[in-house]
Design a protein around this ligand. Structure first.
Ligand code: TXA
Ligand code: MG
Length: 344
């Protein structure tokens, strides 16, 4: 299959919508990361997403809408909880995915056998136009091969998906850089299953009590059931081995310099660069988690493109604000390999 490269023009947006209407796959820009979209109401179209990504069939997809009223219009859920309306008023369109009890209209391929469906209204104007013009709602996981870092540019999408999908539309680099926050309203207390662009602190401000799923920070025990199936896999990983250090800034510099050798690199902050002997890939300023989130996946991909990096040391981020999303992605990229220098 030849993958068309489309641009942000009215004609190309129309072409993308036509492909989707006809059951094809298109890589689309969103403000979080690029998505790999298909008609969410067609099981056959959605099945192609799993094949193109090599995604395990038990990992459900997010349904993307272009207006709150799409939830009713396309009959996506059994009922809209009051808390969903509150969240939508505050954070939609934007980097928040809300899980509710699904209706029978949702194909099994989308919900992967669960009785819930995840819904997001993206703020990216191109994403909104494509959804509207396709006259349906779109299932879209991140447009990477399963397990690789999520794509934040059309070039990232092509590097994973060229020849595997019908088209990708280049709408510029994604602003947020990490995926949406996923919150479920299907239980008694709202619970964050994946941290992202909207912080837990922001959610608590509008909802009051919000739980954070154990799998956000910790590795699931073998055999344990994941509330969000995507959280159980090693994920976001470059081919190089990522090792996280739990330590102070000074200890990080000392440790990396002591272990510096051919093939060793640092995924670090701007302030560390003049202090480190190893090759550096920087995420941004220390404590600037918004920039770190924005750059994270691009830097992970650059580490692989370098060709010579075998091991990369980074430090464990803070769990506050958007730091929690950076922590959650980095610890999975590291396959949970953390060296606790405070305990050594
Ligand atoms: O920002 C985003 O959310 C991007 C853009 C393209 O919108 N999409 C994205 O999709 O990150 P994906 O498939 O890569 O991640 C979706 C996550 C997975 O961890 C999946 O297991 C979880 O959401 N998920 C989806 N539906 C769910 C459901 N019904 N119950 C629990 N978890 C669900
Ligand atoms: Mg993904």
């Amino acid at each position: 299959m030849k993958t068309l490269l489309l641009n942000n023009t009215p004609e190309d947006i129309k072409t993308a919508a036509e492909i989707l209407k006809n059951g094809g796959l298109v890589g689309i820009p969103t403000e979080t990361v690029y998505g790999l979209a298909a008609d969410a109401l067609s099981g056959a179209a959605v099945a192609k997403i799993f094949a193109a990504k090599g995604r395990p069939m038990d990992n459900p997809l997010i349904v993307h809408i272009s207006d709150f009223s799409d939830i009713k219009r396309f009959n996506l859920v059994r009922e809209i909880p009051a808390s969903a309306k509150i969240l939508a008023d505050k954070f939609w369109p934007g980097a928040l995915t809300i899980i509710m009890k699904k209706s029978d209209n949702i194909p099994d391929e989308v919900s992967a056998g669960l009785d819930t469906v995840a819904i997001r209204f993206p703020s990216h104007s191109v994403a909104q136009k494509i959804i509207k013009q396709s006259k349906t709602v779109l299932a879209a996981p991140s447009a990477n091969l399963s397990g690789s870092p999520s794509p934040t540019t059309a070039a990232h999408v092509l590097s994973d998906m060229n020849g595997r999908i019908d088209a990708v539309l280049d709408g510029g680099a994604s602003d947020v850089g990490v995926e949406s926050t996923v919150i479920t309203l299907a239980g008694d207390v709202p619970r964050v299953l994946r941290p992202g662009g909207i912080t837990v602190e922001q959610l608590r401000e509008v909802l009051g009590e919000v739980e954070v799923d154990n799998a956000v920070l910790n590795k699931l025990e073998d055999g344990a059931k994941a509330a969000s199936p995507g959280m159980k896999y090693k994920h976001y990983a470059p081919s190089a081995r990522v090792i996280l250090l739990k330590c102070s800034d000074d200890e990080y510099i000392n440790y990396v310099n002591k272990n510096c050798a051919d093939g060793v690199a640092a995924l670090c902050c701007d302030e560390d660069i003049p202090l480190l002997k190893a090759k550096t890939f920087t995420l941004g300023g220390r404590g600037d988690y918004i920039t770190q989130a924005h750059r994270l996946f691009d830097e992970l991909r650059k580490i692989d493109l370098d060709g010579n990096v075998k091991t990369v040391y980074s430090r464990l981020p803070s769990v506050h604000g958007v730091g929690l999303a950076v922590y959650n992605r980095l610890i999975r990229a590291a396959g949970f390999e953390v060296i606790d220098l405070e305990k050594v």
